[in-house]
Write a protein of this length. Structure first.
Length: 181
């Protein structure tokens, strides 16, 4: 899955270099990438990777989303550059399921899905804004949460294509089928 994401990054005109955070002591044979030790948390891994970044913008991508395309990454970068007042932009898609808030095993509320979007990666940031937000590191499930908590402006971009997150063996099979086409 890492190779699929790396191939997309390598083919992307707006990517100058790739930094990969890996578990401490992890053996690798990745070519033309900078390897850094990951941390105990996602935020620590991102902070470690940012130590190797010297560009104005940085993209964070989770290899669990192997359907990344160079076009999506280029679109996100272009949109952030075109909006100088924004600190970040994320790939996200409107939620299509009816979403229920559950409390103690019972439905507490049905949320209005017309207002809900599922955050994805890649997420592109102004590097300094992300560094500042990471200094207040919290437990987060994506880096955009850090920018939001710091009062920054995060834009949303609908990729318009499947951007499946692989978390189960079935997800992997679906990703393989989609990548085969």
């Amino acid at each position: 899955m890492i190779a699929w994401s790396l191939d997309a990054c390598r083919a992307c005109g707006s990517v100058a270099a790739v930094v990969v955070a890996v578990p401490v002591g992890h053996a690798h044979d990745l070519q033309d990438v900078v390897m850094v030790d990951g941390g105990a948390t996602r935020a620590e891994s991102v902070a470690n990777a940012l130590g190797a970044v010297d560009t104005e913008l940085v993209a964070i991508h989770d290899a669990a989303r192997p359907l990344l395309t160079p076009e999506l990454l280029d679109d996100l970068v272009a949109e952030l550059v075109a909006n100088p007042d924004a600190d970040a932009i994320i790939a996200a898609a409107p939620v299509t399921d009816t979403v229920k808030k559950v409390d103690e095993g019972r439905i507490a509320a049905t949320l209005d899905r017309s207002e809900l979007w599922g955050a994805q990666t890649p997420q592109v940031f102004r590097t300094e804004a992300l560094r500042k937000a990471l200094r207040r590191a919290h437990t987060v499930t994506d880096e955009a949460m850090l920018i939001e908590a710091a009062g920054g402006k995060v834009l949303v971009h609908d990729p318009g294509i499947p951007n499946l997150k692989v978390t189960t063996p079935v997800d992997l099979r679906v990703a393989e089928l989609l990548l085969g086409h």
